[in-house]
Design a protein around this ligand. Sequence first.
Ligand SMILES: [Zn+2]
Ligand SMILES: [Zn+2]
Length: 391
Amino acid sequence: MPIINRIADYHAEMTKWRRELHQNPETAFEEFWTSNFVAERLESFGIEIHRGLAGTGVVGVLKGQIDSGRKIALRADMDALDLTEANGFDHKSQNPGKMHGCGHDGHTTMLLGAARYLAETRNFDGTVYFIFQPAEENEGGGRVMVEEGLFEKFPTESVWGMHNWPGMSVGSFAARPGPMMAAYDMFEIDVTGVGGHGAMPHLGVDPVLVASQIVVALQSIASRNINPMDSVVVSITQIHGGDAYNVIPQEVKLAGTCRAFNPKTHDRIEPRMRQICQSVAQAFGASAELRYERRYPPTINSEAETEKAAAVAADIVGAENVVRDPEPCMGSEDFAFMLRKKPGSYVWIGNGPAGPGEQLHNPGYDFNDEILPLGASYWSRLVEMELPRTD
Ligand SMILES: [Zn+2]
Ligand SMILES: [Zn+2]
């Protein structure tokens, strides 16, 4: 079955919603307008709504024509980025410095489209929870919803997610069991030496030299401590220190990010980093303090649910258009927090060809409205296939 015909009928209206959302981007936990937009639409479809989880979160609850007690949850993210849009089209951002540069406007719209169709047809057995979460970017709105009792209030059996993927063709999906997106950590390192005259380095301890040794030594984590068949990233993305040509500074600050897929590998990074920072600094008579923060765990799809997700996608676009073993992405995703609690699967939907200025998080990116009915059909068929009527 290709796109559901009834959903194709709402394509023009979904496009309008998507562009309205694009014009009104809001970031982490401030999705007030967006949250109202979502809640109003869900209510207009006759769906029961619950608000307030993680502040701006919205959950819709819909029962099928029959209800033998099964429950599943579909999740979309609503937030935008702190990014200045470079596009000049009519629906460009009207909020300076904010932009839907990751397509969450499209994710919200696709789930709203599915909610409308499912509320009209209710051709399933059980309950669907529609989760609209804030603050996917950096701030972990998904984690906050889980911590505030998302799955106690809405006791779903499984949870399902989807992200648009620029560079994958329109009419394609990708699904893989296991890690799909990486764990995301960030760190800061303060290297303290003894500052002094640039002409008399022997009277001080140069933190620039020490920080440089630490930068180099940290690269040995990926190359020497981790199994070459596994993958990690340790990126030092900031070096700050010194103000003058002839002054050795007292302190240099480093900062960066780490990524990993395998939870055990992930666990190895921080202790290795701490040891390297302290030992290298000590070797030079300096000191180093590491602040390490784990932000998102890896996004790990469960096997059975991923098989089902792939079957649903194949039902819509044909098995030949479902990529079954895509290379996982070193980006991260706070849907990971939901997948840590419940089995489920996070898939990618092709957003069409993308040049260098049209990738996610680029100021020239835009969600492709052509795929709205594909995504909404995926959600709807998922519900009908996962909660089939047996009457
Ligand atoms: Zn993003
Ligand atoms: Zn995103």
